[in-house]
Design a protein around this ligand. Structure first.
Ligand SMILES: [Zn+2]
Length: 258
């Protein structure tokens, strides 16, 4: 059986196959805001997010989420980063109801979902594949989703989700995609810590940047995501795909704001 989010193949079982899933630098975590240390260096060196529109976008059902692949040279630098990181793809996590679904928590609170923008270190490596298991290989921006008004930019994914209902299917959407559509307005307030991919192979190669401000999407848009199937014959719907938080341990969580 391959890994998933069910009783027999869920997060508690991943470390049997992927040893590092039981490691000390795993993700996600519950961010305790009072334990996060304000770092004035983060405040004085803003994140520089240069995401470029895509003329068309491939979206894929990879069995545990949708994934939108980026071809333009969108980049992320500044803040806690010493290198320039290239945007590879974005994907999402959600739950069976609006009261849960995010992977990271804030003081124990879940959000309705979480978008992950995955970047790789283009100064040191030649590709995502090469960077994925390196200590300084990846940066993931996490954006919390809350139910509210429809997100027009996200319709690129949610209005085409029917076309990728089954695992291993994909579609090329020939409309402009603005990958920044799911970034919050306030990009100055975030937490950062060293962690891992939240899915197997769970490499401990990720600098996390978790924005404080959540972004609104409509109930219908989240419901559309739950319509994906985790298999090739629509047996198991993908109603939930979030890993529960793991211990922070001795890691420092830094905040860019007081
Ligand atoms: Zn993710």
């Amino acid at each position: 059986m391959s890994w998933g989010y069910g009783k027999d193949n869920g997060p508690d079982t991943w470390s049997k196959t992927f040893k590092v899933a039981a490691g000390s630098k795993q993700s996600p975590i519950d961010i305790k805001t009072h334990d996060a240390t304000f770092d004035p260096n983060l405040a004085s060196k803003p994140l520089v997010i240069q995401y470029h529109p895509e003329k068309e976008v491939g979206i894929f059902n990879i069995g545990w989420t949708f994934r939108a692949d980026m071809k333009e040279k969108s980049t992320l630098e500044g803040g806690p980063l010493d290198s320039v990181y290239r945007l590879e793809q974005f994907h999402g996590h959600w739950g069976s109801g609006a009261d849960h679904g995010s992977e990271h928590l804030v003081d124990g609170k879940s959000f309705s979902g979480e978008i992950h923008y995955v970047h790789w270190n283009q100064n040191k490596y030649k590709s995502y594949a090469e960077a994925a298991d390196k200590d300084d290989g990846l940066v993931i921006i996490a954006v919390f989703l809350k139910v509210g008004k429809e997100n027009a930019g996200f319709k690129v994914v949610t209005e085409n989700i029917e076309k990728i209902k089954l695992k291993d299917t994909s579609t090329l959407v020939k409309v402009d995609c603005h990958p920044d559509c799911l970034l919050p307005n306030d990009r100055s307030k975030y937490w950062t810590y060293p962690g891992s991919l939240t899915t197997p192979p769970c490499h401990e190669s990720v600098t996390w940047i978790v924005f404080q401000e959540a972004v609104e999407v409509s109930e219908q848009q989240i419901a559309a995501l739950r319509g994906l199937s985790s298999d090739k014959s629509n047996v198991v719907p993908l109603v939930t795909n979030h890993r529960p938080p793991v211990p922070v341990g001795s890691r420092a969580v830094r905040a860019s704001f007081k």
